[in-house]
Design a protein around this ligand. Structure first.
Ligand code: R5P
Length: 278
């Protein structure tokens, strides 16, 4: 992604060497002269915990080494789903993480962050934080690969993505209702869903983690007798247990690299950072 973005934006790619001391502490070294440069760190934040500390150190080091600006491109932005304290004493990690990044970087660009109770990143990020949308790229993929699509969102939160992509495809859409019983346990209902005759159901969500949400939606669609559904997600986090949904043909964007990442959004990101890297 860094190489593609540098090529598309007319920038250079630098080398950041990260190693660990025997006790596990990180050692970082930039190999390039950063004086006066706009440094863009490209770091997708799936499985984030091992990435966050070196990322914060890298941003700070770049500043100390004379970078004019330090921006972060996080194609997938982590810690957005804990957007309130659901139980007494629970940390609202979305806010804490936003505070960390806001201190470390001058700007942030990401793709379809999980905005549910927050309407915009600016509610928690104190720096310019831009959310790009993969919808047009997903709609183009659907247009090229699916005949007569009918879009289905697996839960209420997906309505924003499903509605936009359905509009771009000129397709109808519906949204299921979902109840999460546990990390890997969801139950959904179809409501009054009707799939038009001859249409291909296209399930679309922002994130596939365990795959439980998608698997439940596919299970419910089975008895309707429609064509087999196509499952698409913006971010394929693909935690343990997601293999069945991969086997079912899941397609994702490449905000997170992986076996399902067939929809390239590097052009979207390059266009989204063009005015920030001048
Ligand atoms: C929910 O908040 C998200 O939009 C996704 O539906 C959810 O993260 C999917 O998780 P899983 O694949 O583990 O069901």
């Amino acid at each position: 992604m860094a190489l593609r973005l540098a090529a598309l934006c007319g920038g250079d790619t630098g080398v950041l060497m990260i190693s660990a001391f025997p006790d596990g502490e990180f050692h970082l070294r930039f190999r390039d002269d950063l004086t006066g440069r706009c440094v863009v760190l490209i770091c997708t934040l799936a499985r984030p915990n091992d990435k966050i500390v070196p990322l914060l150190f890298a941003a700070d080091a770049a500043r100390q080494l004379g970078a004019r600006k330090v921006g972060l491109v996080a194609p997938y932005l982590c810690y957005m789903r804990q957007d309130r304290s659901f139980k007494p004493g629970e940390a609202v990690t979305s806010r804490s993480f936003a505070a960390l990044l806001s201190r470390a970087c001058d700007w942030l660009v990401t793709v379809d962050p999980h905005l549910h109770r927050y309407k915009s990143l600016s509610e928690i990020y104190a720096i310019p934080a831009r959310a790009l949308h993969a919808g047009p790229a997903i709609a183009a993929w659907i247009g090229a690969h699916v005949t007569r699509p009918f879009l289905i969102g697996p839960d209420a939160e997906s309505r924003q993505w499903v509605g936009a992509v359905a509009g771009a495809c000129g397709a109808g859409f519906a949204v299921l209702s979902k109840q999460r019983l546990g990390d890997r346990d969801v139950t959904s209902s179809l409501g009054d869903l009707r799939i038009p005759d001859g249409a291909t159901p296209v399930l679309l969500d922002d994130i596939v983690s365990t795959g439980a949400t998608m698997a439940e939606a596919i299970r419910l669609l089975g008895p309707l007798g429609a064509l087999p559904p196509v499952a698409i997600a913006v971010h394929g986090l693909l935690s343990d247990g997601a293999q069945p949904i991969l086997d079912a043909g899941l397609v994702t964007t490449n905000t997170v690299p992986g076996p399902a990442a067939a929809i390239d959004i590097s052009g979207l990101i390059a266009a989204g950072i063009a005015d920030l890297v001048t």
